[in-house]
Design a protein around this ligand. Structure first.
Ligand SMILES: Nc1ncnc2c1ncn2[C@@H]1O[C@H](COP(=O)(O)OP(=O)(O)OP(=O)(O)O)[C@@H](O)[C@H]1O
Ligand SMILES: [Mg+2]
Length: 201
């Protein structure tokens, strides 16, 4: 399977979601790789830092470009035993390549209007091309009007989204550059929903 993390907005939780979901898949016994398609190299930094601390991530993180992403599609697309998660930058030619290669696209977003406007723009091309996708609300403060309003905003736009939302958690920031501990902060539930969306594969 190939799953891309895409949003035209920066700082919405793409890299965090990518590493957490790859961890969930590895713990589920899948063969997993993360493809770092972002020139910022945040996912690569995450893996290198973890290794330097003597605590390797449970999967490899490889630098990617449109050519390697296309090649990865041959190996991973549609294969339920092997999963590639592509951490994308907010713009560039790689976004088309990643969407083309993917079985599913996850669009992480915050609940603020600035994020939601860009999210709607991100989703528009996916819907136009009939690509399977779902929006993932991240850094949410549950029991707030903002969270409810964001869900209503997505529903009103006919935008598909995960039932699970990831809460704003200070300790989640601390994992940047380290492997996750036993808690996956809801990403294990997102992974289950993702597998359901892929017909249980
Ligand atoms: N649920 C959360 N709770 C608290 N902080 C979070 C959460 N998710 C992500 N963050 C923090 O928010 C910041 C942005 O997250 P992240 O790097 O995953 O976003 P991104 O979309 O990959 O950003 P970029 O566009 O720069 O690649 C990071 O400092 C990260 O640790
Ligand atoms: Mg990132």
């Amino acid at each position: 399977m190939i799953v891309s993390l895409i949003n035209l907005k920066g700082g919405v939780g793409k890299t965090t979601s990518c590493i957490a979901l790859a961890t969930a898949a590895a713990r589920d016994g899948k063969e997993v790789v993360v493809l770092d398609a972002d020139p910022q190299g945040s996912a690569t930094f995450w893996a290198d830092n973890a290794e330097d601390n003597g605590e390797e991530l449970p999967f490899a993180v490889d630098a990617a470009n449109p050519a390697t992403v296309k090649r990865a599609a041959k190996k991973f697309k549609g294969d339920p035993g092997r999963w590639a998660f592509i951490d994308c930058p907010p713009n560039g030619a790689i976004l088309d390549a990643a969407q083309d290669a993917s079985d599913f696209v996850i669009v992480p977003t915050g609940t603020g209007n600035a994020d939601l406007v860009k999210t709607a723009e991100t989703v528009k091309t996916m819907e136009a091309n009939g690509r399977p996708y779902a929006v993932l609300l991240t850094r949410v403060l549950t029991n707030t009007n903002g969270f409810k309003a964001a869900q209503e905003n997505l529903a009103a736009g006919g935008i598909s989204y995960f039932d699970t939302a990831i809460r704003q958690k200070e300790d989640l920031k601390g994992y940047f550059g380290l492997p996750f501990g036993s808690a996956l902060y809801g990403y294990d539930d997102v992974y289950s929903e993702l597998r359901e969306a892929l017909n249980g594969r």
